[in-house]
Design a protein around this ligand. Structure first.
Ligand code: NI
Length: 255
């Protein structure tokens, strides 16, 4: 467990070099339609790598107390035994998505391997929640042409990364969330650390005070008049087609 978290941390660090800030590329408030004035400040919290039977319930309690909705990208092999948590997520207004079956990078897989990671996890979620569309968060944000072609889901990346796995420092993680968040952002977190729960709730309280609203990924894009499409990469709202070729250029060119 310890080793996998450390290697994930390394990959996340490498991956960060390919990120540019969302809002240097895309205008935010100015591009909003009239019914969404700049007083309407929307953010999407996203939690990867769960569910965790010990951590996720505390997070759900804290979000429910505050009337905050989030999106959970689940690991298939952690769903089994935690079905009630998945049901609870949806019944409390959260969105549920796929983060592979066993947390592997999904670039360079055969179609069979890809199915075992994504299709199998989708079937598990469908067996619990019924037929619906589950967005995909690729581990490490790694995407290639096959991921786009085979995903059969909107591909959701992120625009704010507090690196909550790196030091578990509640104050630092909360500060990054508070200082870097701007309207339309998707914030990357992990509901497998108690420190993340504490940091999230601290930051949420401050951002609520600043007039932000927390919505699911689907609700975020819907508010901007964007219907999520399968095989399209999203990392903040609004999103443009330019995103498709500029986000991880090395991954695309290597393919
Ligand atoms: Ni992950």
């Amino acid at each position: 467990m310890k080793r996998s978290i450390r290697s994930e941390a390394l990959l996340f660090s490498l991956c960060f070099f390919f990120l540019t800030t969302c809002h240097s590329v895309f205008a935010s408030a100015a591009e909003l339609t009239a019914e969404h004035s700049d007083t309407e400040k929307l953010l999407a919290l996203t939690f990867d790598d769960g569910p965790s039977s010990s951590v996720t319930p505390k997070l759900l309690d804290g979000l429910a107390e505050r009337g905050v909705h989030a999106t959970f990208f689940l690991i298939g092999n952690r769903i089994e035994g935690n079905e009630a948590l998945v049901t609870r997520m949806e019944s409390e207004g959260h969105q549920v998505g796929i983060h592979t079956y066993s947390h592997v990078a999904i670039t360079g897989l055969t179609q069979t391997q890809f199915y075992r990671q994504i299709g199998r996890t989708r079937e598990l979620l469908t067996s619990i929640l019924g037929e619906e569309s589950f967005p995909l968060r690729p581990p490490y944000g790694f995407v290639d042409k096959n991921v786009i072609q085979w995903s059969n889901a909107p591909i959701i990346l992120w625009s704010v990364d507090p690196k909550d796995w790196s030091d578990h420092n509640v104050q630092r993680i909360a500060s990054v969330m508070i200082n870097q968040a701007s309207p339309g952002d998707i914030i990357l977190l992990h509901d497998i650390f108690s420190s993340t729960v504490e940091a999230t709730l601290t930051a949420v309280d401050e951002l609520l005070r600043q007039g932000y609203y927390f919505v699911t990924v689907e609700e975020l894009f819907s508010a901007y008049g964007i219907l999520l499409e399968n095989g399209t990469i999203y990392r903040c709202a609004p999103n443009t087609s330019a995103d498709q070729t500029t986000f991880y250029p090395r991954r695309y060119e290597d393919d």
